[in-house]
Design a protein around this ligand. Sequence first.
Ligand SMILES: Cc1cc2nc3c(=O)[nH]c(=O)nc-3n(C[C@H](O)[C@H](O)[C@H](O)COP(=O)(O)OP(=O)(O)OC[C@H]3O[C@@H](n4cnc5c(N)ncnc54)[C@H](O)[C@@H]3O)c2cc1C
Length: 506
Amino acid sequence: MLLFINQYSARIFQVLWRNFLLLHVFLPALKFFSLAVYSPCKIDLIEQCIIIRINSFIEIDMTDISKTKIDYDFAVIGAGISGAIAFYNLSKNGFSCIIIDKTDKSIPYLLCKLVCEHDFPFMPDIPKDNLDVFVRDHWTSIYASRNIEALVDGKEFNAPLGKLADEYQLIQWYLDKGKEHGGKIQCNQLVSEVKILKDNALLTLQKPDNSEVEVEIEKIRAKAVILATGASGIKLQQDLGFEIPTIMNSISATFKCDPVLIEQNIPADYIFRLHPQISLEGMLWLNRARDYFNIGYVSKESPKEMGIKFLRILQNYEPIKQYFKGIERTLETLTVDDFHYRKCTKYPIDSKVSDRVVVIGDSAGLLYPLYLEGVIGAAASAKIASEVLFELNNNKSSFNSQDLKKYEHILSARLLNSYFKMGKISDEMFFRGNEKPPFTIWDAYLNAINELQQLRKNIWTAYRCQDLGNYPEENDLWCGEQIYKHLPLSKKVSLMPFFLKFKFIK
Ligand SMILES: Cc1cc2nc3c(=O)[nH]c(=O)nc-3n(C[C@H](O)[C@H](O)[C@H](O)COP(=O)(O)OP(=O)(O)OC[C@H]3O[C@@H](n4cnc5c(N)ncnc54)[C@H](O)[C@@H]3O)c2cc1C
Protein backbone atom coordinates (compact mmCIF):
# COMPACT_ATOMS: atom_id res chain seq x y z
CA MET A 1 0.00 0.00 0.00
CA LEU A 2 2.81 2.35 1.08
CA LEU A 3 4.73 1.40 -2.06
CA PHE A 4 1.68 2.24 -4.23
CA ILE A 5 1.31 5.71 -2.59
CA ASN A 6 5.01 6.34 -3.10
CA GLN A 7 4.86 5.36 -6.78
CA TYR A 8 1.78 7.51 -7.30
CA SER A 9 3.32 10.64 -5.69
CA ALA A 10 6.49 10.08 -7.74
CA ARG A 11 4.31 10.07 -10.89
CA ILE A 12 2.55 13.31 -9.82
CA PHE A 13 5.93 14.90 -9.10
CA GLN A 14 7.16 13.87 -12.56
CA VAL A 15 4.10 15.45 -14.24
CA LEU A 16 4.44 18.67 -12.28
CA TRP A 17 8.16 18.90 -13.02
CA ARG A 18 7.57 18.46 -16.76
CA ASN A 19 4.86 21.12 -16.69
CA PHE A 20 7.16 23.42 -14.79
CA LEU A 21 9.81 22.98 -17.46
CA LEU A 22 7.31 23.54 -20.24
CA LEU A 23 5.82 26.64 -18.67
CA HIS A 24 8.96 28.34 -17.43
CA VAL A 25 11.69 27.26 -19.79
CA PHE A 26 10.30 25.95 -23.05
CA LEU A 27 7.42 28.39 -23.49
CA PRO A 28 9.34 31.68 -23.00
CA ALA A 29 12.06 30.38 -25.32
CA LEU A 30 9.49 29.56 -28.00
CA LYS A 31 7.78 32.91 -27.46
CA PHE A 32 11.12 34.69 -27.87
CA PHE A 33 11.79 32.79 -31.09
CA SER A 34 8.26 33.47 -32.43
CA LEU A 35 8.53 37.18 -31.73
CA ALA A 36 11.05 37.48 -34.50
CA VAL A 37 8.81 35.67 -36.95
CA TYR A 38 5.13 36.01 -36.01
CA SER A 39 2.71 38.75 -35.00
CA PRO A 40 1.74 38.98 -31.31
CA CYS A 41 -1.65 37.38 -31.89
CA LYS A 42 -0.03 34.31 -33.40
CA ILE A 43 2.25 34.05 -30.39
CA ASP A 44 -0.83 34.07 -28.20
CA LEU A 45 -2.27 31.24 -30.24
CA ILE A 46 0.90 29.16 -29.87
CA GLU A 47 0.92 29.86 -26.16
CA GLN A 48 -2.72 28.92 -25.92
CA CYS A 49 -2.14 25.62 -27.76
CA ILE A 50 0.74 24.79 -25.47
CA ILE A 51 -1.21 25.57 -22.34
CA ILE A 52 -4.06 23.42 -23.60
CA ARG A 53 -1.52 20.66 -24.32
CA ILE A 54 -0.14 20.96 -20.80
CA ASN A 55 -3.63 20.94 -19.40
CA SER A 56 -4.55 17.83 -21.30
CA PHE A 57 -1.36 16.26 -19.96
CA ILE A 58 -2.66 16.75 -16.46
CA GLU A 59 -5.98 15.49 -17.79
CA ILE A 60 -8.22 18.60 -17.77
CA ASP A 61 -10.64 18.70 -20.70
CA MET A 62 -10.15 21.99 -22.57
CA THR A 63 -11.37 20.88 -25.98
CA ASP A 64 -14.35 23.26 -26.14
CA ILE A 65 -12.08 26.30 -25.64
CA SER A 66 -9.45 25.26 -28.15
CA LYS A 67 -12.05 24.83 -30.91
CA THR A 68 -13.74 28.21 -30.70
CA LYS A 69 -10.96 30.64 -29.85
CA ILE A 70 -9.50 32.92 -32.53
CA ASP A 71 -7.41 35.91 -31.58
CA TYR A 72 -7.35 39.35 -33.20
CA ASP A 73 -5.60 42.47 -32.13
CA PHE A 74 -8.80 44.48 -32.58
CA ALA A 75 -12.47 43.71 -33.17
CA VAL A 76 -14.76 46.32 -34.70
CA ILE A 77 -18.48 45.83 -34.03
CA GLY A 78 -20.63 47.43 -36.73
CA ALA A 79 -19.76 47.99 -40.39
CA GLY A 80 -21.29 51.40 -41.04
CA ILE A 81 -19.14 54.34 -42.13
CA SER A 82 -17.38 54.65 -38.76
CA GLY A 83 -16.64 50.93 -38.32
CA ALA A 84 -15.49 50.51 -41.93
CA ILE A 85 -12.99 53.40 -41.67
CA ALA A 86 -11.62 52.11 -38.35
CA PHE A 87 -11.32 48.57 -39.77
CA TYR A 88 -9.42 49.85 -42.82
CA ASN A 89 -7.08 52.05 -40.81
CA LEU A 90 -6.20 49.29 -38.36
CA SER A 91 -5.75 46.60 -41.03
CA LYS A 92 -3.66 48.92 -43.20
CA ASN A 93 -1.30 49.46 -40.29
CA GLY A 94 -0.58 45.77 -39.94
CA PHE A 95 -2.92 44.81 -37.10
CA SER A 96 -5.03 41.69 -37.23
CA CYS A 97 -8.54 43.02 -37.26
CA ILE A 98 -12.05 41.65 -37.62
CA ILE A 99 -15.21 43.61 -38.37
CA ILE A 100 -18.58 42.09 -37.53
CA ASP A 101 -22.02 43.26 -38.64
CA LYS A 102 -25.41 41.80 -37.92
CA THR A 103 -26.66 42.64 -41.43
CA ASP A 104 -25.57 41.52 -44.88
CA LYS A 105 -23.29 44.30 -46.05
CA SER A 106 -22.95 42.89 -49.56
CA ILE A 107 -26.46 43.91 -50.65
CA PRO A 108 -26.34 47.23 -52.56
CA TYR A 109 -28.81 50.01 -51.75
CA LEU A 110 -29.26 53.60 -52.92
CA LEU A 111 -28.61 56.20 -50.25
CA CYS A 112 -26.44 59.19 -50.84
CA LYS A 113 -24.79 61.30 -48.16
CA LEU A 114 -23.19 64.70 -48.01
CA VAL A 115 -19.49 64.44 -47.43
CA CYS A 116 -18.34 67.97 -46.66
CA GLU A 117 -14.86 69.15 -47.63
CA HIS A 118 -14.04 69.28 -43.91
CA ASP A 119 -14.62 65.48 -43.65
CA PHE A 120 -11.76 64.55 -45.97
CA PRO A 121 -8.86 64.97 -43.49
CA PHE A 122 -10.53 62.17 -41.52
CA MET A 123 -11.15 59.84 -44.47
CA PRO A 124 -7.85 58.07 -45.05
CA ASP A 125 -6.70 57.28 -48.60
CA ILE A 126 -10.03 57.25 -50.42
CA PRO A 127 -9.58 58.82 -53.88
CA LYS A 128 -11.83 61.86 -54.25
CA ASP A 129 -12.12 61.21 -57.98
CA ASN A 130 -13.66 57.75 -57.53
CA LEU A 131 -16.99 58.32 -59.28
CA ASP A 132 -18.59 55.14 -57.94
CA VAL A 133 -18.21 56.48 -54.43
CA PHE A 134 -18.39 60.24 -54.92
CA VAL A 135 -21.25 60.49 -57.35
CA ARG A 136 -21.27 64.25 -57.72
CA ASP A 137 -19.67 67.45 -56.50
CA HIS A 138 -21.71 69.30 -53.93
CA TRP A 139 -21.95 72.91 -55.10
CA THR A 140 -25.31 74.11 -53.87
CA SER A 141 -27.27 73.99 -50.63
CA ILE A 142 -30.70 75.47 -50.08
CA TYR A 143 -31.71 76.30 -46.52
CA ALA A 144 -35.46 76.76 -46.28
CA SER A 145 -38.43 77.31 -44.00
CA ARG A 146 -42.16 77.41 -44.61
CA ASN A 147 -41.90 80.70 -46.55
CA ILE A 148 -38.25 81.50 -47.29
CA GLU A 149 -35.47 79.81 -49.26
CA ALA A 150 -31.79 80.80 -49.12
CA LEU A 151 -29.16 79.49 -51.52
CA VAL A 152 -25.47 78.96 -50.79
CA ASP A 153 -23.56 78.30 -53.99
CA GLY A 154 -19.89 77.32 -53.92
CA LYS A 155 -19.45 78.95 -57.32
CA GLU A 156 -19.76 82.35 -55.66
CA PHE A 157 -16.44 81.59 -53.92
CA ASN A 158 -14.92 79.35 -56.62
CA ALA A 159 -14.90 75.99 -54.85
CA PRO A 160 -17.48 73.30 -54.05
CA LEU A 161 -18.84 72.60 -50.58
CA GLY A 162 -17.91 68.92 -50.78
CA LYS A 163 -19.18 65.75 -52.45
CA LEU A 164 -22.26 63.59 -52.53
CA ALA A 165 -21.24 60.01 -51.73
CA ASP A 166 -23.10 56.78 -52.33
CA GLU A 167 -23.08 55.30 -48.81
CA TYR A 168 -23.01 51.66 -49.93
CA GLN A 169 -20.00 52.26 -52.21
CA LEU A 170 -18.20 54.32 -49.58
CA ILE A 171 -18.50 51.58 -46.97
CA GLN A 172 -17.56 48.89 -49.51
CA TRP A 173 -14.43 50.78 -50.50
CA TYR A 174 -13.15 50.78 -46.92
CA LEU A 175 -14.22 47.17 -46.27
CA ASP A 176 -12.63 45.87 -49.49
CA LYS A 177 -9.37 47.71 -48.89
CA GLY A 178 -9.28 46.58 -45.26
CA LYS A 179 -9.73 43.01 -46.47
CA GLU A 180 -6.89 43.41 -48.97
CA HIS A 181 -4.70 44.35 -46.00
CA GLY A 182 -5.62 41.10 -44.25
CA GLY A 183 -8.67 42.21 -42.26
CA LYS A 184 -11.53 39.76 -41.79
CA ILE A 185 -15.17 40.67 -42.48
CA GLN A 186 -17.92 38.70 -40.82
CA CYS A 187 -21.48 39.65 -41.78
CA ASN A 188 -24.86 38.33 -40.65
CA GLN A 189 -23.43 37.89 -37.17
CA LEU A 190 -24.77 39.70 -34.15
CA VAL A 191 -22.39 40.45 -31.32
CA SER A 192 -24.64 39.60 -28.42
CA GLU A 193 -22.14 40.01 -25.61
CA VAL A 194 -18.71 41.44 -24.89
CA LYS A 195 -16.96 40.33 -21.72
CA ILE A 196 -14.02 42.36 -20.55
CA LEU A 197 -11.45 39.97 -19.10
CA LYS A 198 -8.08 40.61 -17.52
CA ASP A 199 -6.10 39.97 -20.70
CA ASN A 200 -8.60 40.45 -23.50
CA ALA A 201 -12.17 41.12 -24.52
CA LEU A 202 -14.28 38.07 -25.28
CA LEU A 203 -17.00 38.56 -27.90
CA THR A 204 -19.97 36.27 -28.35
CA LEU A 205 -21.25 36.10 -31.93
CA GLN A 206 -24.48 34.55 -33.05
CA LYS A 207 -26.95 34.73 -35.91
CA PRO A 208 -29.33 37.69 -35.55
CA ASP A 209 -32.82 36.94 -34.19
CA ASN A 210 -34.45 37.31 -37.62
CA SER A 211 -32.07 34.78 -39.19
CA GLU A 212 -33.46 31.45 -40.30
CA VAL A 213 -30.16 29.74 -39.69
CA GLU A 214 -29.88 27.74 -36.48
CA VAL A 215 -28.18 29.62 -33.65
CA GLU A 216 -24.52 28.78 -33.60
CA ILE A 217 -22.42 30.57 -31.07
CA GLU A 218 -18.89 31.65 -31.81
CA LYS A 219 -16.39 33.26 -29.44
CA ILE A 220 -13.74 35.74 -30.48
CA ARG A 221 -10.99 37.21 -28.39
CA ALA A 222 -9.41 40.61 -29.05
CA LYS A 223 -7.14 42.98 -27.21
CA ALA A 224 -9.59 45.86 -27.62
CA VAL A 225 -12.99 46.48 -29.17
CA ILE A 226 -14.30 49.37 -31.23
CA LEU A 227 -18.02 49.78 -30.71
CA ALA A 228 -19.42 51.24 -33.94
CA THR A 229 -22.97 49.98 -33.62
CA GLY A 230 -24.76 53.24 -34.46
CA ALA A 231 -28.29 53.78 -33.26
CA SER A 232 -29.17 50.11 -33.68
CA GLY A 233 -26.84 48.57 -31.10
CA ILE A 234 -28.27 50.12 -27.99
CA LYS A 235 -28.54 46.92 -25.95
CA LEU A 236 -24.90 45.97 -26.32
CA GLN A 237 -23.87 49.54 -25.58
CA GLN A 238 -25.92 49.59 -22.39
CA ASP A 239 -24.68 46.16 -21.34
CA LEU A 240 -21.16 47.54 -21.55
CA GLY A 241 -22.15 50.34 -19.19
CA PHE A 242 -22.21 53.21 -21.69
CA GLU A 243 -24.71 56.04 -21.75
CA ILE A 244 -27.06 56.25 -24.76
CA PRO A 245 -27.29 59.39 -26.91
CA THR A 246 -30.67 60.96 -27.67
CA ILE A 247 -32.42 58.76 -30.23
CA MET A 248 -34.57 60.17 -33.03
CA ASN A 249 -36.45 58.52 -35.86
CA SER A 250 -35.78 59.14 -39.51
CA ILE A 251 -37.81 58.19 -42.53
CA SER A 252 -36.73 58.46 -46.14
CA ALA A 253 -37.59 57.46 -49.69
CA THR A 254 -35.36 56.88 -52.69
CA PHE A 255 -36.39 57.83 -56.21
CA LYS A 256 -34.54 56.57 -59.28
CA CYS A 257 -34.51 59.31 -61.85
CA ASP A 258 -33.05 60.26 -65.22
CA PRO A 259 -29.97 62.46 -64.52
CA VAL A 260 -31.31 65.13 -66.89
CA LEU A 261 -34.58 65.35 -64.95
CA ILE A 262 -32.68 65.56 -61.67
CA GLU A 263 -30.80 68.63 -62.92
CA GLN A 264 -33.99 70.20 -64.24
CA ASN A 265 -36.34 69.53 -61.34
CA ILE A 266 -34.23 69.74 -58.21
CA PRO A 267 -32.78 73.18 -57.54
CA ALA A 268 -29.82 72.16 -55.29
CA ASP A 269 -27.62 69.23 -54.31
CA TYR A 270 -28.81 69.47 -50.71
CA ILE A 271 -32.04 70.97 -49.38
CA PHE A 272 -32.60 71.45 -45.66
CA ARG A 273 -36.03 72.70 -44.56
CA LEU A 274 -37.38 73.46 -41.10
CA HIS A 275 -41.15 73.52 -41.06
CA PRO A 276 -43.20 73.41 -37.86
CA GLN A 277 -45.92 71.24 -39.38
CA ILE A 278 -43.41 68.66 -40.54
CA SER A 279 -41.23 68.37 -37.44
CA LEU A 280 -40.34 70.46 -34.42
CA GLU A 281 -37.20 68.42 -33.77
CA GLY A 282 -35.67 67.81 -37.17
CA MET A 283 -35.57 68.75 -40.82
CA LEU A 284 -37.09 67.73 -44.11
CA TRP A 285 -34.01 67.03 -46.25
CA LEU A 286 -33.12 66.08 -49.80
CA ASN A 287 -29.78 64.80 -51.16
CA ARG A 288 -29.40 64.44 -54.90
CA ALA A 289 -27.10 61.83 -56.40
CA ARG A 290 -26.47 61.27 -60.13
CA ASP A 291 -29.42 59.09 -61.07
CA TYR A 292 -31.43 58.97 -57.88
CA PHE A 293 -32.31 61.22 -54.97
CA ASN A 294 -33.27 60.68 -51.35
CA ILE A 295 -35.79 62.69 -49.43
CA GLY A 296 -36.72 62.26 -45.78
CA TYR A 297 -37.38 63.84 -42.44
CA VAL A 298 -36.36 63.44 -38.82
CA SER A 299 -38.63 63.54 -35.80
CA LYS A 300 -39.37 62.10 -32.39
CA GLU A 301 -42.72 60.73 -33.63
CA SER A 302 -43.21 56.99 -33.94
CA PRO A 303 -42.25 55.36 -37.26
CA LYS A 304 -45.94 54.55 -37.83
CA GLU A 305 -47.01 58.19 -37.47
CA MET A 306 -44.10 59.28 -39.63
CA GLY A 307 -45.04 56.87 -42.41
CA ILE A 308 -48.56 58.26 -42.71
CA LYS A 309 -47.38 61.87 -42.48
CA PHE A 310 -44.55 61.39 -44.97
CA LEU A 311 -46.97 59.98 -47.52
CA ARG A 312 -49.10 63.12 -47.14
CA ILE A 313 -46.05 65.38 -47.47
CA LEU A 314 -44.78 63.69 -50.62
CA GLN A 315 -48.18 63.70 -52.27
CA ASN A 316 -49.37 67.16 -51.26
CA TYR A 317 -46.65 69.57 -50.16
CA GLU A 318 -46.55 72.21 -52.88
CA PRO A 319 -42.87 73.40 -52.65
CA ILE A 320 -41.53 69.88 -53.35
CA LYS A 321 -43.95 68.82 -56.11
CA GLN A 322 -41.60 69.87 -58.89
CA TYR A 323 -38.91 67.35 -57.72
CA PHE A 324 -41.04 64.43 -58.86
CA LYS A 325 -41.98 65.62 -62.37
CA GLY A 326 -41.52 62.84 -64.93
CA ILE A 327 -40.10 60.22 -62.52
CA GLU A 328 -40.96 56.56 -63.12
CA ARG A 329 -42.50 55.91 -59.70
CA THR A 330 -45.78 57.80 -59.39
CA LEU A 331 -46.47 59.30 -55.98
CA GLU A 332 -50.09 58.11 -56.02
CA THR A 333 -49.01 54.47 -55.87
CA LEU A 334 -46.58 54.95 -52.95
CA THR A 335 -47.32 53.19 -49.66
CA VAL A 336 -45.73 53.37 -46.22
CA ASP A 337 -43.89 50.14 -47.04
CA ASP A 338 -41.85 51.96 -49.70
CA PHE A 339 -40.05 54.02 -47.04
CA HIS A 340 -36.86 53.33 -45.10
CA TYR A 341 -37.05 53.70 -41.37
CA ARG A 342 -33.84 54.26 -39.47
CA LYS A 343 -32.93 55.57 -36.08
CA CYS A 344 -30.41 58.34 -35.69
CA THR A 345 -28.70 59.81 -32.65
CA LYS A 346 -27.90 63.27 -31.39
CA TYR A 347 -25.69 64.83 -28.67
CA PRO A 348 -22.40 63.14 -27.80
CA ILE A 349 -22.28 60.90 -24.74
CA ASP A 350 -19.81 61.97 -22.03
CA SER A 351 -17.72 58.86 -21.57
CA LYS A 352 -16.68 57.18 -24.80
CA VAL A 353 -14.20 54.67 -23.41
CA SER A 354 -13.99 51.94 -20.81
CA ASP A 355 -11.42 49.17 -20.28
CA ARG A 356 -10.66 47.67 -23.74
CA VAL A 357 -13.63 49.46 -25.39
CA VAL A 358 -13.87 52.62 -27.50
CA VAL A 359 -17.20 53.98 -28.76
CA ILE A 360 -17.26 55.79 -32.11
CA GLY A 361 -19.71 57.27 -34.64
CA ASP A 362 -23.45 57.40 -34.06
CA SER A 363 -23.24 55.16 -30.98
CA ALA A 364 -21.32 57.98 -29.32
CA GLY A 365 -23.87 60.53 -30.63
CA LEU A 366 -21.22 62.22 -32.76
CA LEU A 367 -23.47 64.17 -35.12
CA TYR A 368 -23.31 67.92 -35.58
CA PRO A 369 -26.56 68.58 -33.73
CA LEU A 370 -28.35 71.10 -35.95
CA TYR A 371 -27.89 69.41 -39.32
CA LEU A 372 -27.48 65.85 -38.01
CA GLU A 373 -24.30 65.75 -40.03
CA GLY A 374 -22.87 62.41 -38.96
CA VAL A 375 -20.21 61.52 -41.53
CA ILE A 376 -17.84 63.99 -39.86
CA GLY A 377 -18.31 62.40 -36.42
CA ALA A 378 -18.12 58.87 -37.84
CA ALA A 379 -14.94 59.52 -39.83
CA ALA A 380 -13.16 61.66 -37.21
CA SER A 381 -13.83 59.28 -34.33
CA ALA A 382 -12.86 56.22 -36.43
CA LYS A 383 -9.56 57.72 -37.52
CA ILE A 384 -8.63 59.10 -34.12
CA ALA A 385 -9.66 55.90 -32.26
CA SER A 386 -7.69 53.64 -34.59
CA GLU A 387 -4.59 55.84 -34.34
CA VAL A 388 -4.79 55.87 -30.55
CA LEU A 389 -5.18 52.08 -30.51
CA PHE A 390 -2.08 51.48 -32.56
CA GLU A 391 -0.05 53.90 -30.49
CA LEU A 392 -1.18 52.19 -27.28
CA ASN A 393 -0.42 48.80 -28.77
CA ASN A 394 3.11 49.90 -29.59
CA ASN A 395 3.49 51.14 -26.01
CA LYS A 396 2.38 47.74 -24.70
CA SER A 397 -0.68 49.28 -23.05
CA SER A 398 -3.29 47.06 -21.44
CA PHE A 399 -5.93 49.27 -23.13
CA ASN A 400 -7.33 50.37 -19.79
CA SER A 401 -9.80 53.24 -19.77
CA GLN A 402 -7.17 55.65 -18.46
CA ASP A 403 -4.93 55.03 -21.49
CA LEU A 404 -7.89 55.09 -23.89
CA LYS A 405 -8.92 58.52 -22.66
CA LYS A 406 -6.35 59.86 -25.09
CA TYR A 407 -8.97 59.19 -27.79
CA GLU A 408 -11.49 61.39 -25.95
CA HIS A 409 -8.95 64.18 -25.53
CA ILE A 410 -7.97 64.25 -29.20
CA LEU A 411 -11.58 64.02 -30.35
CA SER A 412 -12.53 66.94 -28.12
CA ALA A 413 -9.61 69.03 -29.32
CA ARG A 414 -10.14 68.30 -33.02
CA LEU A 415 -13.94 68.35 -33.16
CA LEU A 416 -16.09 68.59 -30.05
CA ASN A 417 -14.69 71.68 -28.35
CA SER A 418 -14.72 73.72 -31.53
CA TYR A 419 -16.97 72.91 -34.49
CA PHE A 420 -19.43 70.78 -32.50
CA LYS A 421 -19.58 73.37 -29.72
CA MET A 422 -20.88 75.88 -32.27
CA GLY A 423 -23.30 73.25 -33.59
CA LYS A 424 -24.75 72.82 -30.13
CA ILE A 425 -25.33 76.56 -29.88
CA SER A 426 -27.04 76.68 -33.31
CA ASP A 427 -29.19 73.70 -32.38
CA GLU A 428 -30.29 75.43 -29.21
CA MET A 429 -30.87 78.67 -31.05
CA PHE A 430 -32.98 77.30 -33.88
CA PHE A 431 -34.77 74.39 -32.25
CA ARG A 432 -35.04 75.33 -28.63
CA GLY A 433 -35.09 79.13 -28.72
CA ASN A 434 -38.17 80.16 -26.72
CA GLU A 435 -39.90 81.56 -29.76
CA LYS A 436 -43.47 81.50 -30.98
CA PRO A 437 -44.26 80.87 -33.77
CA PRO A 438 -41.49 78.25 -34.05
CA PHE A 439 -38.50 78.89 -36.27
CA THR A 440 -38.69 82.70 -36.15
CA ILE A 441 -34.93 82.78 -35.53
CA TRP A 442 -34.40 80.40 -38.44
CA ASP A 443 -36.39 82.76 -40.73
CA ALA A 444 -34.17 85.66 -39.63
CA TYR A 445 -31.12 83.52 -40.47
CA LEU A 446 -32.43 82.75 -43.96
CA ASN A 447 -33.12 86.44 -44.63
CA ALA A 448 -29.59 87.27 -43.48
CA ILE A 449 -28.11 84.58 -45.79
CA ASN A 450 -29.99 86.04 -48.77
CA GLU A 451 -28.81 89.53 -47.95
CA LEU A 452 -25.20 89.17 -46.82
CA GLN A 453 -22.43 87.76 -48.97
CA GLN A 454 -20.13 87.56 -45.92
CA LEU A 455 -22.60 85.26 -44.21
CA ARG A 456 -22.74 83.00 -47.27
CA LYS A 457 -18.94 83.00 -47.26
CA ASN A 458 -18.86 81.98 -43.59
CA ILE A 459 -21.13 79.03 -44.36
CA TRP A 460 -18.91 78.07 -47.30
CA THR A 461 -15.88 78.30 -44.99
CA ALA A 462 -17.56 76.01 -42.45
CA TYR A 463 -18.10 73.37 -45.14
CA ARG A 464 -14.50 73.58 -46.27
CA CYS A 465 -12.49 74.17 -43.07
CA GLN A 466 -9.62 71.62 -43.10
CA ASP A 467 -8.72 72.05 -39.46
CA LEU A 468 -11.92 71.90 -37.42
CA GLY A 469 -9.91 72.00 -34.20
CA ASN A 470 -9.22 75.63 -35.09
CA TYR A 471 -12.65 76.30 -36.52
CA PRO A 472 -13.16 80.10 -36.74
CA GLU A 473 -15.77 80.46 -34.00
CA GLU A 474 -15.80 84.23 -34.48
CA ASN A 475 -17.52 83.62 -37.85
CA ASP A 476 -20.47 81.97 -36.13
CA LEU A 477 -20.63 84.63 -33.44
CA TRP A 478 -20.75 87.29 -36.15
CA CYS A 479 -23.55 85.29 -37.88
CA GLY A 480 -25.42 85.32 -34.55
CA GLU A 481 -25.27 89.13 -34.50
CA GLN A 482 -26.60 89.31 -38.05
CA ILE A 483 -29.45 86.96 -37.17
CA TYR A 484 -30.37 89.21 -34.25
CA LYS A 485 -30.39 92.23 -36.56
CA HIS A 486 -32.77 90.42 -38.92
CA LEU A 487 -35.34 89.58 -36.24
CA PRO A 488 -38.67 91.44 -36.25
CA LEU A 489 -38.60 94.34 -33.78
CA SER A 490 -40.97 92.66 -31.30
CA LYS A 491 -38.73 89.58 -31.15
CA LYS A 492 -35.56 91.64 -30.65
CA VAL A 493 -36.80 92.65 -27.20
CA SER A 494 -38.00 89.24 -26.03
CA LEU A 495 -35.02 87.35 -27.44
CA MET A 496 -32.31 89.77 -26.31
CA PRO A 497 -31.30 87.73 -23.18
CA PHE A 498 -31.23 84.58 -25.24
CA PHE A 499 -28.81 86.09 -27.78
CA LEU A 500 -26.64 87.69 -25.09
CA LYS A 501 -26.18 84.22 -23.55
CA PHE A 502 -24.71 82.95 -26.82
CA LYS A 503 -22.60 86.04 -27.43
CA PHE A 504 -20.72 85.56 -24.17
CA ILE A 505 -20.51 81.81 -24.33
CA LYS A 506 -16.97 80.53 -24.07
C1 LIG B 1 -31.35 58.77 -43.75
C2 LIG B 1 -30.09 59.39 -43.23
C3 LIG B 1 -29.40 60.30 -44.02
C4 LIG B 1 -28.23 60.88 -43.55
N1 LIG B 1 -27.57 61.77 -44.34
C5 LIG B 1 -26.39 62.26 -43.93
C6 LIG B 1 -25.62 63.13 -44.76
O1 LIG B 1 -26.02 63.43 -45.88
N2 LIG B 1 -24.43 63.59 -44.30
C7 LIG B 1 -23.96 63.28 -43.06
O2 LIG B 1 -22.89 63.75 -42.69
N3 LIG B 1 -24.67 62.46 -42.25
C8 LIG B 1 -25.85 61.94 -42.65
N4 LIG B 1 -26.54 61.09 -41.84
C9 LIG B 1 -25.91 60.64 -40.59
C10 LIG B 1 -24.80 59.64 -40.93
O3 LIG B 1 -25.19 58.84 -42.00
C11 LIG B 1 -24.49 58.76 -39.75
O4 LIG B 1 -24.12 59.61 -38.69
C12 LIG B 1 -23.33 57.79 -40.02
O5 LIG B 1 -23.58 57.05 -41.18
C13 LIG B 1 -23.18 56.88 -38.82
O6 LIG B 1 -22.36 55.80 -39.13
P1 LIG B 1 -22.04 54.70 -38.02
O7 LIG B 1 -21.06 53.79 -38.65
O8 LIG B 1 -21.62 55.34 -36.74
O9 LIG B 1 -23.41 53.96 -37.69
P2 LIG B 1 -24.34 53.03 -38.61
O10 LIG B 1 -24.30 53.44 -40.02
O11 LIG B 1 -25.66 53.01 -37.94
O12 LIG B 1 -23.68 51.58 -38.52
C14 LIG B 1 -23.85 50.75 -37.41
C15 LIG B 1 -23.71 49.30 -37.85
O13 LIG B 1 -23.62 48.48 -36.69
C16 LIG B 1 -24.33 47.27 -36.94
N5 LIG B 1 -24.67 46.72 -35.61
C17 LIG B 1 -25.41 47.29 -34.63
N6 LIG B 1 -25.44 46.49 -33.54
C18 LIG B 1 -24.70 45.40 -33.84
C19 LIG B 1 -24.35 44.22 -33.10
N7 LIG B 1 -24.73 44.02 -31.83
N8 LIG B 1 -23.59 43.28 -33.72
C20 LIG B 1 -23.17 43.46 -35.00
N9 LIG B 1 -23.47 44.56 -35.73
C21 LIG B 1 -24.21 45.52 -35.16
C22 LIG B 1 -25.54 47.72 -37.76
O14 LIG B 1 -26.06 46.65 -38.51
C23 LIG B 1 -24.92 48.81 -38.64
O15 LIG B 1 -24.48 48.30 -39.88
C24 LIG B 1 -27.74 60.53 -42.28
C25 LIG B 1 -28.42 59.61 -41.48
C26 LIG B 1 -29.59 59.04 -41.95
C27 LIG B 1 -30.31 58.03 -41.08
